[in-house]
Design a protein around this ligand. Sequence first.
Ligand code: NDP
Length: 487
Amino acid sequence: MTTPVYENFINGHFLKNQSGDTFAVKNPATDEVIYHVEVADEFIQNAAIESAKLGFAAWSAMTPIERSRILLKAVSILRERNDELAKVEVLDTGKPWQEAECVDVETGADVIEYFAGLAPAQVGQQQMVGNDFYYTRKEPLGICAGIGAWNYPLQIACWKSGPALAAGNAVIFKPSEETPLGAIKLAEIFIEAGVPAGVFNVVQGAGEVGQWLTANPDIEKVSFTGEVGTGKKVMASAAGSLKDVTMELGGKSPLLVFDDADVSQAVSAAMLGNFYTQGEVCTNCTRIYVHKNVYQQFIDELKTRTEQNIIAGDPMDPEVNLGALISKKHQELVLSYIDKGISEGATLLTGGKALSPASAPNGYFVEPTIFVDCKDDMTIVKEEIFGPVMSVLVFDDEDDVIRRANDTHLGLAAGVFTKDIQRAHRVIHQLQAGICWINSYGNSPAEMPVGGYKQSGIGRENGIETLDHYTQTKSIYVGMSNIESPF
Ligand code: NDP
């Protein structure tokens, strides 16, 4: 059976490359190639830049309210096509349909809608300085590059293009080569909604194509989502032409469960923050610190619910709530972390093996895995695993657990469960993380800025402030009287 071949999306249409190079995309739940994609060769790369220049000229000349109206049209199309797009995400990522159907497209559309609404509200300043005055304009940056990870491909494309386009920029987006289709679908939807050709372009390929974007002098900004190590390379390369950067990187986030917490709620948060999207979520609370007085109760309920309530299998089955990991390579990496956990002395409470569910026997599944008796210096407690692997630790002192929670070079997210409102705020204010939850975990509405402290990132996505990251301020001084010159 022949599979479709997708070309790069440039200047409003698909464009064939000259090299003929393609790569294959597999469904992680079946290990089958589902389509091929053409690599963005030099011809495509040059065409993408020329296209984005034309797109930027047309788009930035429109008024914010005109741009807003078009983006809102794209939002309606995204919502109308929810099921079709959610299926693309399930087949590309291996995540459960029951998640993609209500989260991936929805949260992407929300962010474009949010920034479409804000765009016409952006204003400059004006101030008198004597009889003269100055005013400022918020101008777009020009061509922005977006580089995405594979866990939420369409959502990441929306989160990057929403503020960029609302502010009047053009975008060249490179999805992960594991999950290239969602961004193409978004590009088609933008065109259908009336976004001019060239405003949103999609280039395909592996790290080299991303690397080209970060080094290209015609590109003003890079917004990157991915691993810390790749983020450092992207930033170093972007420094060559002093590009603005936004970095959404990895995490090893703590969840603190105090002895006055609603333990069942805390268990729900821990399970969501480790097993949702089979653990492939950057903000996951992979270090769970539980107060010694509720530790036994917590792990008893956690084990029971994990063993009884998680259903792995064909991700398109609406009953399935644990999907396949993105690739064989990633499955092996996650299993190697589990081996390290065992060899370094942690106790497996449940899970720990690869899974081969009857409805998806060839998929890259890993059992939901929980380690107890964990110590702070174990590899599984220190390094991001990006799979369904939870580490549970015990504490008995508030100051000490805060110190332990902060003892990491990462700082993406953190959570606290307690019914004491003063403690909740006192503790969360001391945790070194950019995205925090009290008696909740994982919600990320369009209105709320998200991003990391320390090596988890730079800049923010979502929330009002993100629009500032896609504009630059022009100050204009206006003389109202004759110039006094000594010359
Ligand atoms: P990677 O860093 O491996 O890749 C991210 C993107 O960068 C991919 O498109 C990749 O291409 C591309 N890339 C690879 N090398 C380079 C390079 N030298 N220059 C430019 N681009 C390059 O991350 P993953 O895709 O493995 O995603 C998982 C990571 O993403 C985790 O660490 C996770 O925590 C983080 N993440 C962070 C989020 C946040 O908001 N903070 C959200 C989601 C994920 P290709 O894949 O095609 O090789």
